[in-house]
Structure formats: structure tokens, C-alpha cells
Write a protein that binds this ligand. Structure first.
Ligand SMILES: Nc1nc2c(c(=O)[nH]1)N[C@H]1C(S)=C(S)[C@@H](COP(=O)(O)O)O[C@H]1N2
Ligand SMILES: [Mo]
Length: 202
């Protein structure tokens, strides 16, 4: 019957359109899902200065001049006092080492050798309890990852460092020079770079 033939063609056309739409939707999701791999491409293990990928560069963070400023100090605020440390002063303190990964949610994890002042030694130097929580602020003027919080379990861990060196060299500007946080078993987003202030929580 001509009518049913038309209906069948109409039905087939509808199914075909639906299939195209389904393929288009799936393809769209596939591309959206694959998209991060384009971003990963320049961040493979070993890429970036000192053998470590870079999440956000110093230029992107707007810290290039601030991080190189000889007047930079790391200020530790505790119990109403503010104690500034120059980089040389930090480097003159007992140094600790840790082999720890940066694990970024964007899909890479790279282990590196870090050296610097253990957070617990820094806390002790300003008379703060080793079981303190700390609030860390970066030189970065704005940005989602410019601050981080750290509970006592991390602050007192001997592997939690205010890192000054990476893989045997002075920490590269891209990796947080003059100083950054590195701590075990924490996501990359809280491994704060270019730090300028540590507030000991009351
Ligand atoms: N100040 C600051 N620190 C930061 C970030 C940032 O954007 N700003 N990015 C974080 C993220 S998401 C990751 S994965 C690590 C990457 O460190 P890297 O660039 O030295 O490898 O830095 C963290 N520290
Ligand atoms: Mo990250």
C-alpha cells in the first residue's frame, strides 16, 4: 500500500535522523572526553623544567617579578606575631628531603626529589605547636589555587616541606621559586607554589 510505504520511509527517515543525532551526541561526548589529552600532551612525565610538568606558569600566575624580588620574605604568622624569613635564612635552617609526587587532577603524576625546611621545623622555629593547622598564601594575586589549608596530620609529617630545591637544583621559577609546599598524599592543587605567608591557625 502506498500509504504504508510512505509511512515506512517516514519511519526510516526518523530512525536515521535519530541515529545521526545519537552518533553526533556520542561523538561530542567522545571529543569532550578526549579534549584533556590535548592538554596532557605537553605535560608528559619528564616534560617541563627539572623533569616535572608545569601546571600553571609563573607568567600565567602573574608572579614573575614578585617571585624574583630580593625583598621576598616568607612570613609565618603565629599568636599575634609575624616572623619573616629570607630565602637565605630558610636555606640556613636544617634541611629535610622527600621523594614525593605531584599528582594533578588533570591526569598526570610525577615523582620528584624535594629539599627544604620541614613544615614542623618551621613551626617549631616560631614557637608554634607541631600539631597546628596552617593556612598558606601564594604571591599569586588571584587564582583558584593561590591559597591552601593544611591540617595537623600534614603539618607535622616530617615529609611535608617548604621546598627550596627540586631534583638537586634551586627550585625553578615555574615550580614555585622562591619556595613552595610539597606534602605527601595530597592532591596537586594544594601543593601551593610561590608561597609568601603561612598562618598558624589558633
Ligand atoms: N600558587 C599556585 N600554586 C599551585 C597552582 C597554581 O595555579 N597556583 N597549581 C597547583 C596544581 S593544580 C598543581 S597540579 C601543582 C603543579 O605543580 P608544578 O607546576 O610545579 O608541577 O601546583 C599547584 N600549585
Ligand atoms: Mo593540578
Amino acid at each position: 500500500m502506498p500509504d504504508s510505504g510512505m509511512s515506512r520511509r517516514a519511519l526510516l527517515a526518523t530512525v536515521a535522523t535519530a541515529s545521526v543525532a545519537l552518533v553526533a551526541t556520542t561523538a561530542g561526548q567522545t571529543w569532550a572526553w578526549l579534549e584533556p589529552f590535548n592538554v596532557f600532551a605537553p605535560r608528559r612525565r619528564g616534560d617541563g623544567p627539572q623533569g616535572l610538568p608545569v601546571n600553571r606558569t609563573a607568567a600565567q600566575a602573574g608572579v614573575t617579578d614578585l617571585a624574583r624580588d630580593p625583598d621576598w620574605r616568607l612570613t609565618v604568622a603565629h599568636d599575634g606575631t609575624e616572623q619573616p624569613f629570607t630565602r637565605d635564612e630558610l636555606a640556613a635552617m636544617p634541611q629535610s628531603e622527600a621523594v614525593l609526587p605531584i599528582a594533578c587532577v588533570e591526569g598526570w603524576s610525577t615523582t620528584a626529589h624535594w629539599r627544604g625546611v620541614a613544615m614542623r621545623d618551621l613551626l617549631e622555629a616560631v614557637g608554634a605547636p607541631s600539631g597546628a593547622s596552617v593556612f598558606i598564601t601564594s604571591l599569586e594575586p588571584r587564582g583558584a589555587f593561590r591559597t591552601s589549608e593544611m591540617g595537623p596530620e600534614f603539618a607535622r609529617d616530617p615529609l611535608t616541606l617548604v621546598a627550596l630545591e627540586l631534583n638537586g637544583e634551586v627550585l625553578d621559577l615555574e615550580h614555585g621559586y622562591p619556595a613552595r609546599i610539597i606534602a605527601p598524599a595530597r592532591p596537586g592543587v594544594v601543593q601551593t607554589k610561590w608561597i609568601e605567608r603561612i598562618e598558624v591557625q589558633a
